[in-house]
Design a protein around this ligand. Structure first.
Ligand code: DC
Length: 222
């Protein structure tokens, strides 16, 4: 599995990162959370007080940022970023930054470099369509908006972050809308991606399903 690549795309809150992390662990390959990369740039732009109208400046910030991906999360210029990139403010900002072509160009290249020499499970919105068009397996993970909001609510509650359920549904709706309708690399299911609707599946069932799909692909690629 050393060069096996799995692309997992889908809307916000479909469970991509939890599933992708577990699948990577079971396959013994690297998990790459590309959403965290967009979030990290949003967070850095906030820190540096860069205005959102300054697309080139934000792209330059992305270019000069060093990402280290480890099992537990992402290190940005040597600093661990965890909860600070999961706030509502950073989520909304990341979604806006992700619609900027110049920023995407920089991050897509960094993601392709990461995947060039190792097996990866990479999750995001454009992995199967843009970042890893030749991935061994492409999965499009989805769930109903109510279920995605419910999961995000429980996740945030568990972390002690208070959120209003209705506001959460509205935020997810806005992000879906922006991710699906943006001009550059909108969220789309790749024609060769396999759709997995997780609304009525447990985490374990989703992981097992994807591992089973991997097994069918290994037979074809090795
Ligand atoms: O998956 P996430 O919620 O952590 O992603 C944060 C934002 O970044 C989200 O609005 C979608 C965007 N994104 C993207 O456009 N392309 C990716 N490959 C990953 C995330």
């Amino acid at each position: 599995m050393s060069r096996f690549s799995v692309a997992i795309d889908g809307p916000a809150g479909a469970g991509k990162s939890t599933v992708a992390r577990l699948v990577a662990k079971r396959l013994g390959i690297t998990y790459v959370d590309t959403g965290a990369m967009y979030r990290a740039i949003a967070w850095r732009a906030l820190q540096e007080k860069i205005d959102l109208s300054q697309e080139e400046q934000i792209a330059a910030l992305a270019k000069s940022t060093q990402f280290t991906l480890e099992d537990e999360g992402i290190r940005v210029n040597g600093v661990w970023l965890k909860e600070e990139i999961r706030t509502s403010e950073v989520s909304q900002l990341a979604s806006m930054i992700a619609s900027m072509a110049a920023v995407r160009k920089v991050l897509v290249q960094k993601q392709q470099e990461i995947a060039a020499n190792q097996g990866v499970v990479m999750d995001g919105r454009d992995i199967g369509t843009q970042v890893l068009p030749n991935a061994n397996l492409k999965v499009f993970l989805t769930a109903s908006i109510e279920e995605r909001a419910r999961r995000r609510y429980l996740e945030m509650n568990a972390k002690g972050i208070r959120v209003d359920r209705e506001k959460l549904i509205e935020e997810i709706r806005q992000r879906d809308e922006r991710d699906q309708n943006r001009q550059h690399a909108p969220l789309r299911q790749a024609p060769d991606a396999i759709l997995v609707d997780t609304t009525h599946l447990t985490l374990n069932e989703v992981v097992e399903k994807i591992l089973e799909l991997c097994r069918t692909k290994v037979g074809k690629t090795e």
